[in-house]
Design a protein around this ligand. Structure first.
Ligand SMILES: *Cc1c(COP(=O)(O)O)cnc(C)c1O
Length: 370
């Protein structure tokens, strides 16, 4: 049995540290916006290489509150990937702004900077690139377009904590980085959590007000805010995990390299292609099963029969979801995103997966596609 992701292994590895974090918070009697969140924000900002980090309730609200802090709303356009998890789009439409979906590069999964240039209008205010599957988007090209047109850039770092582009961390490459600490992410809490990293003191200050009812001083409300706070317990758990993050990502790299090796040369199987300048963190190892939907379903069934977990990230692109039916983007509107949805398959991957397990998975894939 090889699970898609082992969610219990981290407690087995870090039990003393996590138990100590739990006890520290319980004994403090302080659970919201206190010393743990403050310390976590400083430590995570240092890790990402930004001046500020603001702890929030989850990744979706990290994206959404950043747009609100920039006063984006009705009439404003935000460029988003056509190929992403729906949260990216939900943040934009939540503030009343318009999503302008842009297709990925032809042989990749992330937003295509060339197509971004073509999608910019007089109403464009921001670009929201996603580092999908832990692979950094082409931030150098994206920031060049953004600077040329005076646009804000918020990175969706939910799947890429610790990744780098030319030595610099994701989350420090745009004007803001929105992080999710959902338990399955590379850097996950034991519940919901999120954060924004930024060098912009004004943005950080506004987010601190927005996350706490629009208030800086208790019972004095400067604006109509929200309740979106990272809690002390999750912050304490994240502090216990942060020192291990780079080593865990390094292990994911070894797993990915082994998959690349063991899966090479299988006809009709596309392996992930990573640009030279990118240092991904392999949130997911995603292959493409070409030549038709039936073949992917057959492979999933073979893996399942062998006790191996696999998942599709994601089976329906946002524009084809009922949630966005009102946008009037029928099938065929974003063919590259649709093609990916029809062909991608995520194989088991995680910081605690055994290297030898890759060989077992690869053997089943090879036999199934032979
Ligand atoms: C998980 C995820 C989010 C949302 O994070 P939550 O903490 O679950 O709100 C946003 N974008 C992407 C790409 C994600 O994978």
């Amino acid at each position: 049995m090889i699970p898609f992701l082992d969610m219990k292994a981290v407690y087995a590895e870090l039990k003393p540290e996590l138990d100590a974090a739990y006890a520290r918070v319980m004994e403090s009697g302080w659970f919201v916006l206190g010393k743990e969140v403050e310390a976590f924000e400083a430590e995570y900002a240092a890790f990402c290489g930004t001046a500020h980090c603001v702890g929030l309730a989850n990744g979706l609200e990290a994206l959404e509150l950043t747009l609100r802090a920039w006063d984006l709303g009705a009439g404003d356009e935000v460029i988003v990937p056509s190929n992403t998890y729906i949260a990216t789009w939900l943040a934009v439409t939540a503030v009343g702004a318009t999503v302008v979906p842009v297709e990925p590069t032809r042989d990749g999964v992330n937003i295509d900077p060339e197509r971004i240039a073509a999608a910019i209008t007089s109403r464009t205010r921001a670009i929201m690139p996603v580092h999908l599957y832990g692979e950094p988007a082409d931030m150098h090209a994206i920031m060049t377009h953004a600077h040329q047109h005076g646009l804000k850039v918020v990175e969706d770092v939910a799947q890429a904590q610790g990744a780098r582009v030319r030595g610099r961390r994701t989350g420090a490459l745009g004007d803001a980085g929105a992080h999710s600490f959902f338990p399955t992410k590379n850097f996950g809490a034991f519940g919901d959590g999120g954060a924004v990293t930024t060098d912009d003191a004004r943005l950080a200050g506004r987010l601190r007000v927005l996350r706490n009812y629009g208030s800086r001083v208790k019972y004095v409300n400067l604006e109509r805010g929200f309740n979106s706070r990272l809690d002390e317990m999750q912050a304490a758990f994240l502090r216990a995990k942060l020192p291990r993050l780079d080593a865990w990502n390094e292990h994911r790299r070894r797993l990915a390299a082994r998959y690349d090796d063991r899966l090479a040369g299988i006809p009709g199987l596309g392996l992930p292609r990573v640009p030279q300048w990118a240092e991904p963190v392999w949130h997911l190892y995603v292959v493409r099963v070409l030549d038709g939907e039936g073949r992917r379903a057959g492979l999933m069934a073979a893996l399942d029969k062998a006790g191996i977990g696999s998942l599709i990230h994601y089976p329906i692109p946002p524009h084809l979801q009922q949630a966005y039916a009102d946008l009037g983007r029928p099938k065929g509107s974003f063919p590259l995103a649709e093609q990916l949805a029809d062909t991608v398959l995520s194989l088991p991957m995680g910081a605690h997966m055994k290297l030898e397990a890759v060989d077992e998975v690869a053997a089943v894939v090879r036999a199934a596609l032979a």
